[in-house]
Design a protein around this ligand. Structure first.
Ligand code: DHB
Ligand code: FE
Length: 280
């Protein structure tokens, strides 16, 4: 049977993609970040998951305002990095796991979760930056297969935290019932606090983020019910991306061990935060 071996949360800031791809993540600005992500790479090297499910939001690269969908899953054999204005990222193509994707899609249907199915999908920085953070910026071949799990965060109204969390529960059930003996890591991306536009541009709220992450780890049943209004008021409009961490958390046990937790701010406009959680 398949098994979830851990959950990872990480911000997915596009500046990281730029400095990785141009090898300019050097100097005092980047050193703390470079050091801080090392344990993630170590964990990945040791655990070697067969599949990473990356819960991410597209930023208008693949999905446009023509169709705004709350949830989507990739079912393709492979996914290309999206062209976000500077050409496709020079990273390897992401190989998919269509069998597990189909199993997930069937289970979502069984649980009366409406999740759009994408048989062709370009993945933007929301997906590819976490992959580079986890596996290295010079990765010549990704060491695992990937499943993109899309959450519509950029257009109000976003799905409520509770629904994102319950989607995570459905992912857990589906993985647990997948008959192949494979290991799966689930990655929640985005956040934590940042606001990119308007009079509050530049907002970062480390104190609230810390409290929220404590709650996500130790009391997810309460944290999932924090309203989007509160999350956006406290952590900025793009802080809403934290709902994708709830999907990751929903796929884990009630009790989890924190294997690693790191915070460094600012990275670009964001309170860069990452965590590794394993089931107790
Ligand atoms: C930034 C962070 C994001 O999550 C994003 O999607 C775009 C920009 C930033 O901090 O600059
Ligand atoms: Fe983002």
């Amino acid at each position: 049977m398949a098994k979830i071996i851990g959950g990872i949360g990480t911000s997915h800031i596009p500046t990281i993609m730029h400095v990785f791809d141009t090898h300019t993540n050097t100097g005092p600005y980047w050193e703390p970040f470079n050091e801080g992500i090392k344990p993630l790479r170590k964990w990945m090297k040791e655990k070697k998951p067969d599949v990473c499910i990356i819960v991410y939001n597209d930023h208008g690269s693949n999905f446009s305002l023509k169709n705004v969908i709350p949830f989507g899953i990739g079912l393709a054999n492979e996914y290309l990095p999206a062209d976000e204005g500077y050409g496709r990222r020079p990273v390897p193509t992401f190989q998919g796991h269509p069998e597990l994707s189909c199993h997930l899609a069937e289970h979502f249907n069984e649980k009366e979760f409406d999740v759009a199915m994408s048989f062709e999908l370009d993945v933007d920085h929301g997906f590819s930056v976490p992959a580079s953070i986890l596996f290295g910026e010079d990765c010549q071949e990704w060491p695992c297969k990937f499943i993109p799990l899309y959450v519509g965060v950029v257009q109000y109204p976003q799905p409520k935290g509770n629904r994102c969390y319950n989607l995570g529960r459905a992912i857990r059930e589906a993985v647990d019932s997948f008959p192949e003996d494979i290991t799966v890591a689930i990655v929640g991306t985005g956040g934590l606090s940042h606001q990119l536009q308007g009079p509050r541009a530049g907002l970062i709220n480390q104190e609230y983020d810390k409290k929220w992450l404590d709650g996500l780890i130790n009391d997810p049943e309460t944290t999932k019910d924090i309203s989007l209004t509160e999350l956006i008021r406290e952590t900025g409009s793009e802080g809403a991306e934290a709902i994708m961490w709830l999907t990751m958390r929903g796929a884990l046990n009630k009790n989890v061990k924190t294997i690693y937790r790191f915070n460094h701010t600012p990275v670009s406009n964001t309170n860069y935060t990452t965590v590794i959680l394993e089931n107790e």
